[in-house]
Every structure is written in C-alpha cells, then in structure tokens.
Design a protein. Sequence first.
Length: 306
Amino acid sequence: MRILVTGAGGNLGRAVMPAMVAAGHQPVLLDSRPLDTDQKFILGDVRDADVVTRAMEGADVVVHGAALHGIHLSGWSAEDFWSINVTGTFNVYEAARRSGVRRVVLGSSMAVYGNVGGAGEPWQVVTEETPIKPTNLYGLTKVLSEDIARYHAHDQAVSTVSLRFGMFVPETFERYGFRLLFGGVDDRDVAQSVLLALDHPDRGFDAFNIMADSGLTADDLSPLDADLPTVLDQRWPGTTELVRERGLDLAALVWGRTIFPVDHARSVLRYSPQHNFDAFLEAFRNGDHSYYPNADEAWWGADRPS
C-alpha cells in the first residue's frame, strides 16, 4: 500500500514510519523540514494546497499527522494553529477527494475532551461517548479537524479513522511509565493502531481512544480519589515502595485524573496495547531502561522553525 504520511518528521510520523516499512507498505513522507530518510520524501507544507495535491499522487491512503500540538501552545500563535491544523487538514481532505483517495487515518488527540481529570477536576472515565468540550486552542483545532473529516466522510466519500492519541511525546523513563496509567500510550502501540486503521473497513467516520490499557474501571474512581497509593499497591504490589526506594515523588509522576478505557478500539479496530503499566513496572524494578528507547529524547518539532 502506498501511504502518504503528512508531518512525517513529527512524533506520529517517526513512530509509524518504521512499522509501515516493516509491514511491507510504501510510505511517501511529507514534511516542512528536511528529513534524513531512505523513503520517498517531499519537502512541503500542508498549508500549501498545491504541494499537498502533488504529494497525494498515486497514494492509496493518507496518514495525516501534520499538526501543532499542546506542547507548541506557548511558542506559536493562534494563526499558526489555525493555518496548520485546520486549513492544513482541509487541504489534505480536498486533495484526497480530488485525487480519488478514499481513506484517511487522522491523528487526533485526547485534547478534544478538554481538561478532563486536570488539576482540581474530579476523577472520571472518558470514552468515545464522552461529550467533546475542548478547553484550549489545540483541542479546538482537533475538534475542527474531525469535523472536516466527518463532512468528507458523509458528503465526499472519503472515509476516516480518527485516532485520539494519549500522550506519547518522549519523557523520562519514570514519567513515561506512570503516564501509561491515566492517558499515556507507548509509541509502539501508536504504530500498531495506525497499521490496524489502514485495514479498517470503510465506515464513514469513526473515532477511537488510543491509550495504554490500565485495567482500571469506573469502580476505581472513588478509591482513587480517596487513596491513590493504596489502589496502585493493590493492583500492582510494591509500586509505592519502589517509588520511594528510587527517591521519586509519586504525586509528581501521576499526571491526570482520568481513566481511558480502550474497549471501543479493542472491539472494532482489534487494537491490543502491548506496552502497559505492568510491563513498565517490571522493567522499572529491574532497572531496564531499554524498555522505553525514547527516554529523555527531545520533543520532536517542539522548537519553532527559524
């Protein structure tokens, strides 16, 4: 399958490109910055409709990852977010429509739900049925991108699988592991979800939360609110003692107050996350930092172009 990957040098592109090649696909990489790659590469910006149209030639499907993210909010303007995330997405869908490309895998985000489980918020469960209420500019642009996708699915015959990813920007080994509990996902499971979406039957528009699987449910909300360390030790014995032994602060490691079940992605996409908190905890206990190869790397694309 010939796959146009927009934003190929960003977090999503770098996670999925090796997996595509390993699966026998032919990625065509589009990015606004030069990339060192053996794959076909097109230097261009999704804000340029003509560039996107040329890049679309011969594609069977598009993985649309080009976007500014929450990590860019402090350094980029509202106009940048609109032109890259919204106009850029419109350009991708219009080019797909004109070129006869009938499938897009859209890189979306948990940010469409807003500040769920943030500081001062109650613990909660968020599924794909949870109302969409973005609370920052990034979340708004992702909601609008999904609206563009819905329009093209319903009226222009371009099917979309929207993947609402949890956090997967590089982090320290420990922060990576603990975010798997409440809204994080491993890069390798991100890649798995994209490959599954490539083969997903046309259903118009569908959206999936792509997270690690903590195994926690709504029954855990009250216990988590009352005594998070006890819940962790009941589910994963020795967790808090191990954190103390390593001189770490559990409260600083656990961000978010939200459980994200992956039931919809599991049942429809056949998504099965392989890199969950239990596997991390074993690696953490054994001092095996190679379990997460992206630890401490720079956040790809977080700097503003000169």
